[in-house]
Design a protein around this ligand. Structure first.
Ligand code: 2OP
Length: 298
């Protein structure tokens, strides 16, 4: 469901061909046809194709990997690691065989570990393999803050970093509403509740729907595709392979990055509070535990 949502969001922007691949016969073809038929109404002329093989995606600039099984109620993202490692590994291999110069954006869970799989299988440089999580997690935090303060989510600036799991780190010191620090607007214990709800935000949707979310994850991923395709140089939280930044080495984690045509064109290092630094290290520890379960944890 995330894949088709990204496809639709990108199609609406009207500047790129979109290819949807799925192993289920007729499914990607049907989705592509449906998205094409929305074009005359919504005002785009994007050519969307659906296929069960990768040939049609040859020469893609960006490959978004959403394949894998989603969570069911009661499951953590980490419960998916062994099944999705095989799926993401195989998808990466087939996709890059036809698009060797592409940028890979990973969405499959457990996200941080699946980024390791895509990087190991592709051997692409870190600039061209990264994951979507931070924009989604931050959007959840922004939504809750907007509801709490009765303001537009558009004016809430926030940042959620770390692994895409229960130990993600909401950076309250960098969170403002219309430029006013959140701590001036909302009591500390209430902020803690919003932070907690954000960390469990994906699970809250899973409980309601019986499967994981797709609208917000799809929108977040499309924003990343957009930043790359239009060379926007946006500074957005993404899951990047760290090589010493934030004191973390050899691990995928959510940090602010600059996104443009080259993919990750820079990693932005913020001054975090002592508590935030500690929480980020703890989040890294949790990600390392999942990565260690991979066959090729390299
Ligand atoms: C989420 O947090 C699917 O992991 C994604 O909703």
């Amino acid at each position: 469901m995330v894949g088709r949502t990204v496809a639709q969001e990108v199609a609406r922007r009207d500047y790129a061909d979109v290819g949807i691949v799925d192993i289920v016969e007729n499914l990607p073809q049907g989705i592509a046809l449906d998205i094409n038929q929305a074009g005359p109404v919504l005002g785009y002329e994007t050519n969307v194709t659906g296929s069960n093989v990768y040939e049609e995606t040859a020469g893609s600039d960006v490959v978004v990997i959403t394949a894998g099984v989603p969570r069911k109620p009661g499951m953590s993202r980490d419960d998916l690691v062994t099944t999705n490692e095989k799926i993401v590994g195989s998808v990466t291999e087939q996709a890059i065989a036809h698009s060797p110069d592409s940028i890979l954006i990973v969405v499959s869970n457990p996200l941080d570990a699946m980024c390791h799989v895509a990087k190991n299988v592709s051997s692409f440089p870190r600039e061209r393999v990264f994951g979507q999580a931070g924009i989604l997690d931050t959007a959840r935090f922004r939504t809750f803050i907007a509801q709490e303060t009765g303001t537009s989510g558009k004016d809430v600036q926030a940042l959620v970093l770390g692994g895409h799991g229960d130990q993600m780190v909401s950076i309250v010191s960098a969170t403002t509403v219309g430029g006013v620090p959140l701590a001036k607007l909302v009591a500390g214990d209430r902020i803690d509740e919003l932070v907690e709800r954000t960390a469990k935000g994906g699970g809250e949707v899973v409980q309601l729907l019986g499967t994981s979310a797709w609208y917000a994850p799809g929108a977040a991923t499309a924003q990343m595709v957009h930043a790359v395709m239009l060379d926007e140089k946006r500074v957005l939280p993404c899951t990047a392979y760290l090589e010493g930044e934030y004191g973390i080495d050899g691990l995928y984690m959510g940090v602010p990055v600059k996104l443009g045509t080259g993919g990750i064109e820079g990693i932005v290092e913020l001054d975090l509070t002592k508590d935030e630094q500690t929480m980020l290290q703890e989040s890294a520890g949790a990600v390392r535990e999942v990565v260690a379960v991979l066959d090729q944890s390299g």
